[in-house]
Design a protein around this ligand. Structure first.
Ligand code: GDP
Length: 440
């Protein structure tokens, strides 16, 4: 699993949030606690976790959801936004705008540097760039051979010479060899006898190659230590961006990513497995979406909203059938039509409903319904619940209040009375007839 159990735990928490019957201070705190626990398990720095939870909690408790968004959806949005911020916000990617675009690859031995060079070559090939690789790692005997096998498979040209022990000379010759290529990738040593030697070599290579971009490869399984490593490298050289590897199955990947993001260096790609295609452009928004299971959550929210509609529908239908049909029910009916589709479709869901209502209903155009809704908004709650109250003087007032002719108010009342009568008839048949209403 990606990032060990982090994704699973977060998705579980989000699903729980969707299923909660009320969203209040207590439930928000509970959700934040679960997020904290999941992140700390993933080795995310405690201070970062506390900062994140404080932000989520105060925003969730204080901010008003924008119009059309339920409090539940808004809490989910806040969690998503704050988690994206934790990882640095926007996707960076590579902008290959000069030729040759020279990439210097840095990273400790074992970080996955060689494998990642292969992955980036494949990625660039798919984008239509034809990269070439130069091997300057004179320290590890197998480095050249490993690169040779990787590049040969993809038909990527490689320059190197296992007998040449001069990294700087190799870099110069490689530069000359591939000066007409769009992208040149330089592999460097990931280890030396002394750390200072490694840093000195990186510095000189940097001078000779004058890279367009230096990419540091970091092993994601080291957790929040990745932040220290990123800092150490950027103090020694000019690190432009980071690739974090081994995010598949590593419980500590979340810690590595957040710690690197905190240093300000952009994470551009992530490695998610040993195969050449287990590599992706790092996009915090997409990444967090997946981690939180947002696709699932979206459909859960929709389902929850459907249920609310169904509740309202059931109540309205019950009132309709029992003859207790009021203007409140009619208004609900109109609202349902908005969310459930055309009236006929809504009515077709009611067992035993005759053609009469659907025919009448189908004559109701959307404009007419909108007009009726405006008229109803000028009625008092009492009038809505007891339409019999609406006599001449009230009709006059309602017409004035909603800016329509009195005839239109009467038209609405006629439609209401007709619908009520038909509903009552169906209700009776259902109750005293073949029992089809039991299905309701
Ligand atoms: P280098 O010494 O930095 O060049 O590291 P290598 O490229 O030789 O990789 C070291 C090990 O890490 C190899 O066994 C790779 O298969 C493995 N590795 C590299 N990237 C990933 C990754 O994203 N996921 C996993 N699971 N293994 C990886």
């Amino acid at each position: 699993a990606m990032l060990g159990n982090l994704g699973e735990n977060l998705t579980k928490t989000m699903k729980k949030l969707v299923g909660m019957s009320v969203i209040d201070k207590k439930t928000i705190k509970e959700v934040v606690k679960e997020i904290q626990r999941a992140l700390i398990q993933s080795d995310v720095n405690i201070a970062l976790v506390l900062d994140l939870s404080k932000k989520i909690e105060s925003r969730a408790l204080e901010e008003e959801p924008p119009k059309g968004i339920t409090p539940r959806e808004y809490v989910i949005t806040i969690i998503y936004e704050e988690m994206v911020n934790l990882l640095g916000g926007d996707a960076a990617g590579l902008d290959i705008d000069v030729k040759p675009y020279k990439i210097l690859f840095l990273g400790l031995q074992g970080s996955g540097k060689t494998t990642t060079i292969g992955k980036l070559c494949r990625y660039l090939q798919k984008k239509g760039f034809n990269p070439a690789v130069v091997c300057t790692d004179t320290w590890r005997p197998a480095a050249y051979e490993q690169l040779r096998q990787l590049t040969e498979e993809m038909q990527v040209p490689l320059y190197g010479d296992p007998d040449n022990k001069d990294a700087l000379d190799l870099a110069q010759k490689g530069l000359k060899e591939f000066k007409n290529r769009k992208v040149i990738i330089f592999d460097t040593a990931g280890r030396h006898k002394q750390e200072e030697d490694l840093i000195a070599e990186m510095d000189t290579l940097d001078d000779i190659i004058q890279p367009t971009e230096s990419i540091l490869v970091i092993d994601g399984t080291i957790g929040q230590q990745a932040g220290e490593q990123a800092k150490a490298f950027s103090q020694a050289t000019d690190v432009g961006s980071i690739i974090i590897t081994k995010l598949d199955g590593s419980a500590k990947g979340g810690g590595a990513m957040s710690a690197v993001a905190e240093t300000g260096a952009p994470i551009k790609f992530v490695g998610t497995g040993e195969r050449i295609d287990d590599f992706e452009l790092f996009d915090p928004e997409r990444f967090i979406s997946r981690l939180l299971g947002m696709g699932d959550i979206q459909s859960l929210i929709e389902k929850a909203e459907d249920n609310i509609d169904e509740d309202m529908a059931e109540k309205t239908m019950k009132n309709m059938m029992s003859g207790k049909f009021t203007l409140v029910d009619m208004k609900n009916q109109f609202e349902m039509m908005n969310s459930m589709g055309p009236m006929q479709q809504v009515l077709s869901m009611i067992p035993g409903l005759g053609n009469k209502v659907s025919k009448e209903a189908s004559k109701m155009t959307e404009d007419k319904i909108e007009g009726y809704k405006i008229i109803m908004s000028s009625m008092t709650q009492k009038e809505m619940e007891n339409p019999k109250l609406i006599k001449q003087s009230r009709i006059k007032r309602i017409a004035m209040g909603s800016g329509v002719e009195e005839a239109e108010v009467r038209d609405l009342l006629k439609y209401y009375n007709n619908t009520k009568k038909t509903m009552k008839g169906i209700g009776k048949r259902g109750r005293f007839g073949n029992g089809s209403m039991n299905r309701m």
